[in-house]
Design a protein around this ligand. Structure first.
Ligand code: IPE
Ligand code: IPE
Ligand code: MG
Length: 270
């Protein structure tokens, strides 16, 4: 398989996956759709952690203070997810559009991420969390990428909760990259165009080894996806809550799970 210009990104790193590969090097698709089939507890919860800026502004503080409080809040959702038996938690921490923010805020955010990884890694490891990152990671400074790689390596064998951090992540870019990878396979004679289907495309996404989210929650009252897991959320239950992310605690997590348990998922059927 030829390595395109984005070969170092997480979007394109799946060929390293240990999952079975069919002749021609094509990885088989992952365990989609969502694994719980509408059970009471969602197998995969994805959170759009929004509202740090407003939380800080309400206190007369700079944005970084909100991001710091937001990083602290992550702990509540991780612990609550484990307690409720959620197997996959995905956190939207930095979008591909967030590079448009003032350089100072971007710098503060990446420093915070590094700090958080360094200081919380042991605790996550002890909780049995497997940590991974998706997104255009090569856009970050090497120091952060190294921290991420260290965290992934240390926690690779943990099985209690798979915690995916979406960093410099954009759903459209991810789908476009998957299309490019399929085009490369066709060009190299490893795939016929008529073999391209949903499973094969999904197999080229950065999430190919985790199920689709059952529940996508956005905090802070904004009702949009902002380019998060566009393909994967096709049949997710969507929830928009007013709580600002730094205030989203274990009780708030419990409330969205309770709301989820009351929903009826039909997947187009009767
Ligand atoms: C979410 O909080 C965190 C990131 C996008 C990194 P915001 O910083 O977007 O908070 P608001 O939307 O301005 O309140
Ligand atoms: C979405 O929040 C991205 C993250 C939470 C990381 P934004 O605050 O960046 O989204 P918009 O700009 O309001 O759509
Ligand atoms: Mg926001």
């Amino acid at each position: 398989m030829s390595a395109g210009p984005m070969a170092r990104t997480r979007f394109a790193r799946r060929e390293k996956s240990e999952r079975p590969v069919v002749p021609g090097g094509f990885p088989l698709a992952g365990p989609r759709p969502a694994v719980d089939g509408g059970g009471a507890v969602p197998a995969h919860v994805a959170l759009i952690m929004d509202g740090n800026g407003r939380w800080a502004r309400a206190r007369g503080l700079p944005p970084i203070a909100g991001h710091r409080a937001g990083a602290e809040a992550v702990r509540h959702s991780v612990t609550a997810a484990i307690e409720h038996g959620v197997q996959y938690l995905t956190l939207y921490a930095f979008s591909s559009e967030n590079w448009r923010r003032p350089p100072r805020e971007v710098g503060d955010l990446t420093s915070l991420l590094r700090f958080y990884l360094r200081h919380k890694l042991q605790e996550l490891h002890e909780q049995g969390v497997r940590l991974r990152a998706i997104g255009e990671l090569e856009r970050f400074e090497p120091a952060l990428r190294e921290e991420l790689e260290r965290a992934e390596a240390l926690t690779a064998r943990n099985t209690r909760l798979t915690l995916t951090l979406a960093l410099s992540y954009g759903g459209r870019a991810e789908i476009a990259r998957a299309a490019m990878r399929l085009a490369e396979l066709v060009r190299d004679g490893l795939l016929a165009p008529e073999q391209i289907d949903e499973e094969r495309l999904a197999g080229q996404l950065s999430t190919d080894d985790i199920p689709d989210p059952d529940l996508v929650v956005r905090t802070s009252g904004e009702c949009r996806l902002s380019n998060f897991l566009l393909w994967q959320s096709a049949y997710a239950e969507l929830m928009f809550v007013d709580t600002l992310w730094p205030d989203f605690d274990a009780a708030a997590f419990g409330r969205v799970l309770a709301d989820y348990a009351r929903r009826e998922r039909r997947f187009g059927g009767r």
